[in-house]
Ligand binder design. Sequence first.
Ligand code: SF4
Length: 330
Amino acid sequence: MYSVSEIVSEATERRRISHEESEYLLSLPEDSSDVSLLIDSAHRFVLDATGSVARIGAQIGVILGPCYADCGFCSFAASTTDTEDYVMSPSELARYLRMINEGGKVSGISLMTIHQFDFDTLLDLVSTARSVLPESIPITINTGDLDPAECRELKSSGADSAYHALRLDESIDNLLEPRQRLETMKNLLAAGIKVISGVEPIGPEHSPKEILDTYWRTYDLGCNCCSASRREAVPGTRMYNSGEISERRLEQIRAALVLSSAWCDRTELGYYGGYYGGLNRALCEYGGSPKDEYEISEHGLGRTVEWAGARLRSEGFGKLLLADGSIGSL
Ligand code: SF4
């Protein structure tokens, strides 16, 4: 029988805990006092490891429309969407970037596309973003699968990092090929683009073992860090009625993954181990989003820069990494 307080104390000292101990943390009943201890400990650990400095990132949907990957949870899935093809113009992207960066509070920008897209258009948009943003703001791409040459071109046009994941139930809930997802991660890394991966989209049916295996597979592949996010029930999608995990269960999963990888020191993106996001980070969403039934997400889910600041303040963060690389108040 494991002791949660002993596992947590080992992990917060940045000593490696076993796979079985991590699985035990993920298996605890979400309404238990042990889970409260786990979440509180991870929260304190992250506040300490980050010096209470939070970060705000913003994702902009730049190439959208019916997506033939057809993920059952996504508002762009070709079989269920009524979205029309949309490509953001460079001038519209520049307008968005200036608007998002007005207060100097966003320290990372991600450009998101559906799975299939015109590659030269994406290159143009990345170059536009690079010309508008200060060097201190890294550009992340969140896009479909890429071959080695495309990854190298993206690197040359200004992409610093990429979000790419082998999703839970990839090829079951969509039409994508798991091997290609992994190949893309390798291609990005080989081109010198840092890869942030993710365990997603987590639903009630996913076991602790599946979650852990997905998390560690990305580390073994050489990805810089990995996040965790839940499947959101988006009206009109095939999986709308498939159930959602609670906010507390998601916190439990994030806490267990943070502590299970607190010993990792590979990443310069995660800062406190192999985990990324969710604890000292908030990601805003502008333009179209796969998680939103509204065309313009800032008018739908409303995850704006202001929303991000309020969320981070409510979690105890008082400082923020600013767009120019300095630290200011949140
Ligand atoms: S989640 Fe991404 S790959 Fe899947 S349907 Fe939506 S846009 Fe396409």
